[in-house]
Design a binder for this molecule. Structure first.
Ligand code: ZN
Length: 181
């Protein structure tokens, strides 16, 4: 297995809608294993394909380090599609491995239903709420080129602008491997 460098705000691939996964072959399975390793090495709980420079519709989630989610099995979502959103929304502080040290309150639907393929190429439908729904929506956002600054209002975005500039210029302290500028 191998740890891959994590893309940082400013890297073009983070602004792209990634392509569907065509085949879940041995290479793809190896990439998924590497994504889990990369995420855990960076103390992350979610990681999307384009965060490791991969132009593919896949993300991984492992909430076992989070209180209350210790028993939730780590999961891979391939070619995901959100098929239902709750009308109720909640605000909660989020961070992102591609936005080191930045934190912001993001409003998201409280619950969702998501359709995706598992590594056995079977279609699964999963209902999630609360923090699990939030993490899924955050990772799904990556696959359509969206990040935290796109999900806050203009006032907050302005407040974040200096920090975003510093991140883009790699003027941040990170204890995991990131892409070169
Ligand atoms: Zn993120």
């Amino acid at each position: 297995m191998a740890i891959m460098p994590i893309t940082i705000y400013g890297d073009k691939i983070l602004r792209q809608t990634v392509k569907p996964v065509k085949a879940i072959d041995d290479e793809m399975i190896m990439i998924i294993k590497n994504m889990f390793e990369t995420m855990r090495n960076a103390n992350g709980i979610g990681l999307a394909g384009n965060q490791v420079n991969l132009d593919k519709s896949v993300f991984v989630i492992d909430l076992t380090p989070v209180e209350g989610y210790e028993d939730l099995p780590p999961k891979v979502f391939i070619n995901p599609e959100i098929i239902e959103y709750s009308d109720d929304t909640v605000f909660f502080e989020e961070g992102c491995l591609s936005l080191p040290n930045l934190r912001a309150e993001v409003e998201r639907p409280e619950a969702i239903k998501i359709k995706f393929l598992n590594t056995g190429e079977e279609e699964e439908i999963l209902e999630a709420d609360d923090f699990y729904a939030r993490v899924i929506l955050h990772e799904f956002d990556h696959l359509i080129g969206k990040m935290i600054p796109d999900r806050v209002d203009e006032f907050i975005r302005k407040k974040l602008s200096d920090e975003l500039k510093q991140i883009k210029n790699r003027q941040v302290e990170v204890d995991y491997e990131i892409t070169q500028k």
